[in-house]
Design a protein around this ligand. Structure first.
Ligand SMILES: [Zn+2]
Length: 122
């Protein structure tokens, strides 16, 4: 079972990756890997209009549920590595968790984690 995560690339910082959701707002869990690959290839090649401030079209990552749940469920602050991070409010290794720098850092670490566990991408 797999999620498809959408990774958006904006100028000025990463945004949190989101699993593709159904019309009720629940992340879709896919069973059939061949079917997913077809979906991702279509998403990755369909005509796309960039959003304001968006640097390039989204990328789609296929990630097994056992890894993707960590992102879908929301990671607690202490699940991230803050050792070398400097928050404008809290200083080195002491994130406030609310400023744009902290939010971008969490998004980048989430994206890095998903890339480590992806089985396919657009
Ligand atoms: Zn902060």
């Amino acid at each position: 079972m797999y999620y498809i995560f959408r990774i958006r690339h904006f100028y000025g910082g990463a945004r949190p990756p989101r699993a593709i959701e159904d019309s009720q707002g629940s992340p879709i869990i896919y069973d059939d890997l061949d079917g997913i690959i077809q979906v991702v290839d279509e998403l990755g090649s369909a005509p796309y209009i960039l959003l304001h401030g968006e640097a390039s079209r989204p990328q789609y990552l296929v990630v097994p549920v056992q890894y993707g749940d960590r992102i879908v469920d929301g990671r607690p602050m202490d699940d991230y590595d803050w050792d070398d991070f400097v928050c404008p409010n809290g200083g080195r290794g002491n994130p406030c968790g609310e400023c744009s720098a902290c939010l971008a850092e969490m998004a980048e670490q989430d994206i890095h984690y998903l890339r480590e566990h992806e089985v396919y991408h657009s």
